[in-house]
Design a protein around this ligand. Structure first.
Ligand code: MLT
Length: 210
């Protein structure tokens, strides 16, 4: 079903007419197949576009380079965010889909946050699972009521709570409608992410008359 585009990716057409497409962005060491089941649980029947990160760290795909855990190569974050935004535009015209809502986990969530801040029109919203702020000095962005759900883990050893809160403030200051919740979990994904993500997305869809 996939056509050749600038990222290795999976595309699953939707089965639910009018359902908002999801852009699935995996975590460090993931690949394009990993989040398809999660996407299907959170947004059943939606088209799914799922690229594989192009940066390889010790054999593990990621979406941008880092110097150490939580210390990002921000020049690379910029470059890769624009590269991914171009891929989304290519995929939209090849597959005939609307602007997707990103569903990102960990490194993929950080990349989704960078795309929101650098290319706000590319995404129609985002669910950011275990995310942190991708930039020390965030660019000025106009997110015009873009809906964003951030799900952090109270016992996450990788993402400092203050950093996730800073991301929520950055996005809200840029005009996004941010719902930031801290769940009683660690860095790993859990069934509560599915429950909360699905409920939030249903409310967003109702609000948009979808
Ligand atoms: C990142 O590098 O984006 C974050 O530290 C999360 C991770 O991928 O471990």
């Amino acid at each position: 079903m996939e056509v050749h585009l600038s990222f290795i990716h999976r595309f699953k057409p939707g089965t639910q007419p009018g359902a908002r497409p999801l852009l699935l962005l995996h975590g460090t060491g993931g690949k394009e197949d990993d989040l398809l089941p999660l996407g299907e649980m959170i947004a059943p029947g939606s088209p799914m576009l799922s690229p594989r990160g192009k940066v390889i760290e010790n054999g593990m795909p990621r979406f941008f380079r880092r110097f150490a855990e939580g210390v990002f190569d921000e020049e690379d974050v910029h470059r890769r965010a624009f590269e991914l935004a171009r891929f989304v535009e290519e995929a939209r015209s090849s597959y005939g889909i609307a602007a997707p809502l990103a569903l990102g986990y960990s490194n993929g969530a950080n990349m989704a946050a960078a795309v929101l801040l650098l290319s706000p029109s590319v995404l129609s919203g985002a669910i950011l699972l275990r995310a942190m702020a991708p930039f020390a000095h965030p660019p000025q962005a106009n997110l015009e009521e873009t809906p964003v759900l951030i799900l952090s883990g109270a016992r996450d050893p990788i993402i400092p709570a203050a950093n996730a809160s800073r991301l929520a403030s950055i996005l809200a200051d840029a005009g996004a409608v941010v719902d930031h919740r801290t769940l009683g979990v660690g860095h790993e994904l859990s069934p509560i992410d599915v429950k909360v993500g699905r409920g939030w997305l249903e409310l967003v869809a109702v609000g948009r008359g979808e």
